[in-house]
Write a protein of this length. Structure first.
Length: 212
């Protein structure tokens, strides 16, 4: 299976963080049936431990939790370069504008009010999962483009080449066959043949000289 097919077949991974086992069970059932891979944590500390092992594509995060509330969990994740791009949706009974603004300032991308509608939940989750996967794909394409451009740049500039044997001198002072040098500095493959001029020079007597 190639990388693209493997990526396409991989289920998006959602982490549910809620101190209520009942909420976790309900959310897990709904999202599991929708085709998502699910894990859960009942505290912020447990969530950090899971994320250190495997990064989710989305986090559903309860705000009101003991020890560390959802705002602080979100702020901590957004402060680290390795976790700052994980989309976080708050699950909350807090619907005051002040609470919502605080949530967005901490780094959340969306809110889902409790008790939630299954249709709304799945729609919001799908939207942010799709955005995350599209961003990841864009990042991979940019990396591949940068690698391709770096390979092109490696073959640009001044290349010392022997006027007689056509060998190229590398940056360490060694002389290499031109196909060897290009193969090491690009993804080009070579097939060998003989051009008409060389064929005439080497095999003219056998094939019949063009000058006859």
């Amino acid at each position: 299976m190639d990388d693209k097919k493997a990526q396409d077949s991989k289920k998006p991974f959602i982490l549910i963080v809620d101190d209520s086992p009942k909420n976790i069970q309900v959310l897990g059932n709904v999202l599991g049936k929708a085709g998502y891979e699910i894990s859960f944590a009942t505290s912020g500390k447990q969530a950090f431990s899971i994320i250190d092992s495997v990064q989710p594509d989305l986090i559903l995060l309860d705000i009101m939790m003991p020890e560390i509330d959802g705002y602080k969990v979100c702020e901590k994740l957004k402060s680290k370069s390795e976790t700052k791009d994980i989309p976080i949706i708050f699950l909350t009974v807090k619907t005051d504008s002040e609470d919502i603004v605080k949530g967005f300032k901490s780094g959340a991308v969306d809110f889902i009010s409790k008790p939630f509608s299954y249709v709304e939940l799945l729609a919001r989750v799908k939207t942010h999962i799709d955005l995350k996967l599209a961003k990841d794909l864009q990042g991979e394409l940019i990396k591949k483009l940068e690698k391709a451009l770096s390979e092109v740049k490696r073959l640009s500039g001044f290349l010392p080449i022997c006027a007689k044997c056509k060998k190229i001198r590398d940056d360490k002072g060694y002389w290499n066959q031109i196909e060897e040098y290009i193969s090491e500095h690009s993804e080009a493959d070579f097939s060998h043949g003989i051009c008409p001029e060389c064929g005439d020079e080497l095999y003219g007597d056998f094939l019949g000289s063009k000058t006859e």
